[in-house]
Design a protein around this ligand. Sequence first.
Ligand code: NAP
Length: 317
Amino acid sequence: MITKKILIFGASGQIGRYCIRRFAKNNYKITAVTRNLHRKGYILKTQAPIGYLDIVEANLFDEKKLKELIGKADVCLNLVGILHEKGRVSTFKNLHSNFPKKLAEICNSEKVKFVHVSALGSEKAIDSKYATSKVSGEKFVRNILPDSTIIKPSLVYSVDDNFTTKFMGLLSILPIFPLYYNGKTKFMPIHVSDLAEIIFHVISQEIYSTDIEAVGPETLSFKEILQILMKCIRKNCLLLPMPLPLARLTAFFMQILPEPPITQDQINLLKYDNIKSGNSTTNFDIGCSSKQKFEESIMKYAFNWTEGGQFSSFLKK
Ligand SMILES: NC(=O)c1ccc[n+]([C@@H]2O[C@H](COP(=O)([O-])OP(=O)(O)OC[C@H]3O[C@@H](n4cnc5c(N)ncnc54)[C@H](OP(=O)(O)O)[C@@H]3O)[C@@H](O)[C@H]2O)c1
């Protein structure tokens, strides 16, 4: 029996796919919006049993379509986000500020609950366009729809992420790896299944009008994260502190690539710790602790980047 109708924007991404699976388990009916059904339909279709998931192709800036979709939902969940800008439409301002603003306005007029996923630690990062656009999106949402929920995760990881998987790929082939800011920036990485549980908890327990910082159980520095990743893939790269001007210069050239490993904006962002602020509600405060430890979780999928693959340690015996 269907108990709630959830509309998800950005559903084909890492967090979206885990949310679909978590929601369907609880008999929620999901409508997943994608920009391109041909490219993302095959990933989405397998995330829920038949009857629990509708996939809709839509232009995120088609207001009429947004109204039509939101009007049929009980809850709207926004997971649209980018790490680097592309062209004149896929900009931080459009996707992190203007788009959530539009969703909040429509949810307000249609009396639909709104859960917006933003990012942790953005307030301090005033020299990052990514962070300032996230903060401005949060302000729009909070002003337009005071009873919305804004969830701010630290680094989210899993076998489907763009972070640990990308880094393990690089660490497995590079002899030297750059350490920005001496590797001292702190994170509270959260496994995506723990984050999906928090989002499900917020929706099922109807926790609205709150900003929630979503963090994992440990605080790790950038250097410690890299060391764990290397340990898990049984590789030893030299971690070399990179002077900031050189980091900026390399990022300047890398950001020309279609999928840049790092951009200048990310170098700016990395300067700031990505941990709970200490003066806001966290997932632990709402009774939804994140359980998965970083190293244990990474160990479960790191073999994909280990020389010889999953059975290599067995072969060596
Ligand atoms: N992953 C993390 O570590 C992390 C940490 C903090 C905050 N967040 C935030 O959490 C939200 C979801 O993150 P995620 O990791 O699930 O992201 P993701 O895997 O990159 O997915 C984001 C989704 O946004 C949609 N999208 C719509 N317009 C886009 C555009 N112009 N360019 C690129 N994608 C577009 C894409 O769906 P279609 O292609 O199907 O349209 C994509 O599946 C984002 O707002 C992100 O900033 C993530």
